[in-house]
Each structure stands twice: as C-alpha cells, then as structure tokens.
Design a protein around this ligand. Structure first.
Ligand code: AVI
Length: 326
C-alpha cells in the first residue's frame, strides 16, 4: 500500500480505526516489516509535513511552486475554456490556486481528497477568492473509480491535476494503475498535469530526507506515536531511529525506522519482536526521469504532451493527453 491523499486530521472514525489496526498488524507481522505511508498524516503528521515543505533541504515543494508560477500561462493553454479541472488528492489547494488564477473560465473545479472535512473547508476558503467558479469538492479515494459531479461530467472536457509528486509514493505498478484510473474518470480527450520529482545527485536526495533540523525524523517517528496512542502500542521512541537513503537501483528514497536493540513491543494486544538493527520500511519516494514517467504514462494510455522543469531540473510538471474517442 502507498500514500494516497492526506488522511483525516483529528480522530479517525470507526472504519478508519479498524483498517489502521489491520494494516499495522499485517505490516508488523510481515518480513521485512513495513507500514503504509498513508498513516503518516494524522493531525501532527500533517503539520510536520507542512514544516518539511519549508525546510531548506526539501526542494520539491519550492521547485514545483516556482515552475507553476513561472509557467502558469503556458500550462493554462492546455486547459480549454469551459473545461472542468479535477485535482487528485488536493489537500490544501495551494498549488491549484496558482493555476486557477491563470485559467480561462471553467465549468467547475473539483478537488478530490479522502479527507472530506479538509476539502470542504478549502472550498469555503476558495469561493470568495474565485467568485463565479463552481468549487465542487468530492470525498473519495483517488486510487478508486468515483463519479464526478454533474457539471464536471457535462463539461466538454476534463483536465486532471496531480501535483506534489504524490505519484512518487506509489509503487510503479500502482502509479500505472492510478494513471489508468484517472483516464477512466476524466474520459476521452482529457489532459492530465502531474508534478513529478526527478532523479538527481544522490547527495541532494539524501539531504532532502535527512534534514539537519530533524523534522523528517520526527515525521517518520510520529507513526510510532500514532500507533502508541491509537492502538495501545508500547513503542519507546528513543529505541528507534529514522533512516532514509537513496536506493540507486530502484530510483527511490526509502524511509525506515530502525530498532536500536533487540526488543519486544506490544501493539493492539499482540507482541512484536525486533532484532537489533531490524527496520520497519515506512515509505518509498520514487524519482523519475522525464522519459521513465513518459513510458509509464504511455503504458497507461496517456500521450506525453509537455514538460516544464526548474532551472536545475530537480522537479518537473508533466502534461499528458488521452486520445479523443473516434
Ligand atoms: C508527500 N510526498 C510526495 C513526500 C515525498 O517527498 O515523498 C512525503 C515525504 N516523506 C518524507 N519527506 C516528505
């Protein structure tokens, strides 16, 4: 499993709680141990992620914002007047705002996120700033098929927006499945605009996930805090350490939590054994080249249409189109 959209801030509902328990136990019983990264984003985790995006070492958010600001007029040319803009895993809509300011009148802006509360709030904040724009939030899991609101379905064409390199937190086969599903949701003649982190010197990548202020370490360890709180876990935080490194063969940053000693931990009434040095694999963040993402997208039915990068080529915004039905 992978990170999808931000999960709800605050208390999980019953369904979330039982899925969390099942996923955590399955992951901790597995060899090697793993936990799904989507569980990073509780209230504290979401705030820590916001702080990560502002760290000097964490370049992706700054680069993507720069590209958006600089190239918004060109990106906007790919969005015809009267189109519906569908943002996948929209979270805070911060990036969509830059795009929305450059766009011709739309049929609707549809932010989609698993956290209904958060996108309803964002919609309330967007409406006064974009008068005349229909903001129609949809609460859904972006990896599943979901119906779009009627005005978006009735629009002559739909444009998807998936910023933040969240696609990098999917395994490649999951990224391909996401792209195929996005094609089904958006339909014939659609365009998809995706923010993607690029392969770059290993020192830059390693620094971005091992910041000097230790915020990424806190973000990673917060998963154990959450397990302690929500599943009666007995993880001692000072006996686990944040490990993040670039795996060159697989083009991905791996994040792990390493046990500093041999120990037993209780989670939801179950005892989990750790060897000294054993890790829980908590996240992959895949890095692509323009070509490798293009190949993945082609395999999912999309044609590469345009690419924008920052000057250092650290990050990219890539556009793909889906053939119109004949
Ligand atoms: C949300 N996602 C794109 C971030 C990333 O870079 O993969 C999550 C993150 N993990 C550690 N730092 C940031």
């Amino acid at each position: 499993m992978v990170a999808l959209a931000r999960s709800p801030r605050g208390q999980p509902n019953f369904e979330d709680a039982s899925a969390f328990r099942a996923d955590v136990l399955a992951g901790l019983r597995a060899a090697p141990k793993r936990l799904p990264p989507k569980y990073f984003y509780d209230g504290v985790g979401s705030l820590l992620f916001e702080r990560i995006t502002e760290l000097p070492e964490y370049y992706p958010t700054r680069c993507e914002m720069q590209i958006l600001r600089k190239h918004a007029p060109d990106i906007a040319k790919l969005v015809p007047q009267g189109a519906a803009l569908v943002e996948f895993g929209s979270g805070s809509s911060k990036k969509a705002r830059i795009l929305l300011r450059a766009l011709r009148p739309l049929a609707a802006y549809v932010p989609v996120d698993i956290c209904g509360e958060m996108i309803e709030q964002e919609a309330l904040e967007l409406r006064p700033d974009f008068r005349g724009l229909k903001v129609l939030p949809v609460t859904a899991d972006i990896t599943q098929n979901f119906p779009l609101p009627q005005p978006a379905r009735a629009a002559p064409v739909r444009v998807g927006f998936f910023p933040g390199s969240t696609i990098g937190n999917f395994e490649p086969h999951e990224a391909a499945a996401f792209l195929r599903n996005a094609g089904c949701i958006l339909g014939a003649g659609a365009t998809l605009i995706v923010g993607v982190d690029l392969i770059k010197p290993v020192e830059v990548l390693n620094a971005a996930y091992n910041d000097a202020a230790g915020i990424t370490a806190k973000f990673n360890l917060n998963l154990l805090v959450r397990i302690n709180r929500e599943l009666g876990g007995t993880f001692k935080l000072d006996t686990f350490e944040h490990h993040a490194f670039y795996n060159r063969e697989r083009h991905r940053i791996e994040m792990h939590l390493a046990s500093l000693k041999r120990q037993k931990v209780k989670v939801a009434g179950e005892t989990i054994d750790f060897r000294a040095g054993e890790t829980i694999h908590t996240e992959n963040s895949y890095k692509y080249s323009i070509e490798s993402l293009g190949a993945l997208a082609r395999g999912a039915g999309w044609q590469p249409a345009a690419v924008w990068t920052d000057e250092r080529q650290y990050f990219s915004i890539q556009a793909f189109t889906l053939a119109a039905q004949s």
